[in-house]
Ligand binder design. Structure first.
Ligand code: ZN
Length: 164
C-alpha cells in the first residue's frame, strides 16, 4: 500500500445527489419533446412496459420507457457499496407502478435527501427517489427483466464530490 496516502478515510456520509432531481432529472416525456420530428409519436411506438422485482419477488414494479441502452453509476459512499447500475432518468408516477410497497424499508443518511429503498426480506435495492420528489424513481437496472446492466453504456455520476 502507498503509505503516503495515509490511513484509509472512514466513509463519510456523502449525500448521493443522484436523488437530486435538479440536474439529473429527465423524464421520458421531456426527452420525447427533444426528438426532432414527431418525436412523441416515435417514442410512443418504441415505449415498452418494463417489469422489475427484488430478488425474492415481494417488491414488483413496472415502468414505461423506450429502449434501455444506457445506465449510470455513482461514486458516492452508498452507491459504491451497492454497485448498482441505475436508470439514467427518474420515472414519474404516471409511468411507474409498484406492488409490494409494504415489503420495502428505507434507509436515509447524510442530508437525508434520498429515500434508499430496499426489500426487508432479500435486501435488494430496487430504486430510490428524492424526498423532494417522492414517487419519481431511479431504478436499479439489475432488477429489470430483459436488461443486462453490464452490457449498457455506463456514465459515472460524481456524487462523491457533491456537498452533503
Ligand atoms: Zn425481496
Amino acid at each position: 500500500m502507498n503509505a503516503a496516502s495515509g490511513a484509509p478515510r472512514p466513509p463519510r456520509a456523502e449525500g448521493c445527489k443522484t436523488g437530486n432531481v435538479g440536474s439529473h432529472y429527465q423524464s421520458p416525456s421531456r426527452k420525447a419533446r427533444r426528438l426532432p420530428e414527431r418525436g412523441a409519436v416515435t417514442l410512443t411506438a418504441m415505449t415498452t412496459t418494463w417489469k422489475g422485482s427484488c430478488h425474492c419477488g415481494a417488491v414488483r414494479f413496472s415502468f414505461k420507457s423506450g429502449p434501455i441502452t444506457r445506465g449510470v453509476r455513482c461514486n458516492c459512499s452508498i452507491c459504491l457499496r451497492k454497485g448498482a447500475v441505475m436508470s439514467t432518468v427518474y420515472f414519474p408516477p404516471a409511468d411507474f407502478t409498484l406492488e409490494g410497497r409494504e415489503a420495502l424499508s428505507v434507509y436515509l443518511f447524510g442530508d437525508r435527501m434520498v429515500n434508499h429503498f430496499f426489500c426487508r426480506t432479500c435486501g435488494v435495492y430496487p430504486f430510490h427517489d428524492a424526498t423532494t420528489a417522492p414517487g419519481h424513481y431511479r431504478v436499479n437496472l439489475g432488477c429489470v427483466e430483459g436488461v443486462d446492466p453490464l452490457a449498457l453504456e455506463i456514465t459515472v455520476i460524481d456524487g462523491r464530490s457533491l456537498p452533503v
